[in-house]
Design a protein around this ligand. Structure first.
Ligand SMILES: NC(=O)c1ccc[n+]([C@@H]2O[C@H](COP(=O)([O-])OP(=O)(O)OC[C@H]3O[C@@H](n4cnc5c(N)ncnc54)[C@H](OP(=O)(O)O)[C@@H]3O)[C@@H](O)[C@H]2O)c1
Length: 310
């Protein structure tokens, strides 16, 4: 099968499209014929060696985590899926390899794809949707009528968070580039602030939840923006944030782990039309490396980059 690989941590030049034997699923694993996969900032961070503690040192490594496809074979012990099932989910960080014709995923990181959701849409919403759901629903227990501030409300996670907050009946304020405010309004973000001119002091004590999806706010800024009982959520963990989140229950780190419950919640929202990713570009696997390189160089995605192997 064709797959994108690299043999050491480094720059974009390390990536290659290679031909390897199609892997067999081990115990608890499902082999999926990938119909679509999507690119996340994490793919580049891992490739550059910024997450070695999680990604390990085994090479060659595959690239990519989010995928949607059709179950092709199941390993011993798999009970919830059978060949022919349409699924979506995430490949674990140590394994990676969604940018391939076939991917191996743990059964516990998969869910059934709703028939009304395309493979491209499903692949584009796994990590971003699961992360937003984990933050707002599992950690912050967001309730109807509460107010949420989302930094980076038009990014992958931010857009999902805005839609999930709206589905929960919350009131959403967010930050984005000034030129994209109309796009934010279409997501029902009632007030979209230019992040280059953002002043946390102007929002003192206003929010039940501050979700810093862009990793742009300090804990001090978040604390100032929160109501007394509010909580801030962080998905870009700096050392200061890790320490601050350990010291105070007002600040929480969020990790988007695609558990069956989270994947099912995302599928449910998508099926109801309450969660839809913004797909910016769809490319063939053979064109994926230049597209990934372009995305990484511009650093400012206008929607998700989706890779289709066929
Ligand atoms: N902890 C986890 O489990 C987890 C899960 C998913 C993602 N992440 C991390 O979370 C971050 C966001 O992921 P993503 O997929 O949403 O990325 P993304 O799609 O690249 O979106 C980032 C967004 O942030 C905006 N932005 C940039 N600088 C900003 C600032 N100073 N203030 C406010 N917004 C700003 C960008 O706007 P412009 O493009 O207009 O500049 C863009 O819309 C990444 O670092 C990613 O690795 C962590």
């Amino acid at each position: 099968m064709k797959t994108i690989l690299y043999s050491r941590y480094g720059g974009l030049e390390e990536l290659r499209l290679d031909e390897v034997a199609t892997p067999d699923p081990a115990r608890g694993q499902v082999r999926v014929r990938v119909k679509a996969a999507s690119v996340n900032p994490m793919d580049g961070k891992i490739r550059r060696g910024e997450m070695k503690a999680l990604s390990g040192f085994r090479f060659p490594r595959g690239l990519g985590h989010d995928f949607a496809g059709v179950v092709d074979a199941v390993g011993p012990g798999v009970q919830g899926f059978k060949p022919g099932d349409e699924v979506f989910g995430g490949v674990s960080i140590p394994k990676a390899g969604a940018f391939a014709e076939y991917a191996l995923a743990e059964e516990k990181n998969l869910g059934l794809k709703p028939a009304s959701v395309s493979f491209e849409q499903a692949a584009a919403m796994t990590i971003v949707g699961v992360t937003a759901w984990t933050g707002l629903v599992t950690k912050a227990k967001l309730k109807r009528g509460q107010s949420v501030f989302i930094s980076g409300c038009l990014g992958g996670v931010g857009r999902s968070a805005a839609q999930i907050a709206r589905a929960c009946g919350a009131h959403v304020v967010g930050s984005c580039s000034a030129s994209r405010r109309e796009e934010a309004a279409r997501l029902d973000v009632s007030e979209a602030v230019d992040y280059r001119a953002f002043d946390a002091v102007a929002y003192r004590g206003r929010f039940d939840v501050v979700f810093d999806t862009a990793g742009a706010l300090s804990l001090r800024q978040c604390g100032a923006m929160l109501k007394a009982s509010g909580v801030s959520l962080h998905i870009v963990p700096t050392f200061a944030k890790m320490v601050g989140c350990l010291m105070s229950s007002r600040h929480r780190l969020v990790f988007g782990n695609p558990t069956p419950q989270c994947v099912a919640a995302v599928a449910d929202l998508a099926e109801r039309g309450e969660l839809a990713p913004d797909i910016g570009r769809v490319v063939a696997l053979s064109d994926a490396i230049p597209a990934i390189a372009e995305l990484e160089r511009t650093g400012s995605p206008k929607g998700k980059l989706v890779i289709v192997p066929a």
